[in-house]
Design a protein around this ligand. Structure first.
Ligand code: AMP
Ligand code: ZN
Length: 146
């Protein structure tokens, strides 16, 4: 079995100590219904290794665990004729809304008039070319040194 942690909720689900409505499982990942069901069909894709969030992923982890997203997304989409789209998202870190500190990807099917709103804001008016360039350069520099 993979690296699991005693007190982690999703490690307990992976070990079968806490029940889940599993929709897919193999050696790499487990996918099960999110208990909160933001929309019906809301699934969590979870790596079987205890990785905290994307900041813990190596490129190999990304290849291994994220490869299942499109297959799962298409299966969920097909599972209900009302579904016409999907939000695929992951919260990385407490400040980003991560509550369970074991990496998971939310797949939330969408249908017309489902009442869900994903918060967005447009701050373009606050940025000029210099500000955009500064931000882009800071990120590019981080990529070079990592
Ligand atoms: P996040 O805020 O991204 O860390 O999301 C954690 C998610 O885990 C929430 O959407 C919860 O509804 C979900 N969750 C918590 N406990 C369980 C559980 N026992 N089975 C399935 N999902 C759970
Ligand atoms: Zn865990």
């Amino acid at each position: 079995m993979s690296h699991l942690e005693a007190d982690c909720l999703f490690c307990k689900i992976i070990r079968g100590e806490i029940p889940s409505y599993t929709v897919f499982e193999n050696d790499d990942v487990k996918a099960f219904l999110d208990i909160s069901q933001v929309n019906p069909g809301h699934v969590l894709l979870v790596p079987k290794n205890h990785l905290v969030n994307f900041f813990s992923y190596s490129p190999e982890d990304a290849q291994r665990y994220l490869q299942y997203i499109p297959t799962l997304a298409k299966a969920i989409l097909k599972s209900n004729a009302r579904f016409t789209g999907m939000n695929v998202m992951t919260n990385n870190g407490q400040v980003a809304g991560q509550v369970v500190m074991h990496s998971h990807i939310h797949l939330i099917p969408r249908f017309p008039d489902d009442g869900l709103t994903i918060p967005t804001r447009n701050n373009a008016a606050k940025y000029d070319q210099a500000a955009y360039e500064q931000i882009a350069n800071d990120i590019k520099q981080s990529l070079e040194v990592s």
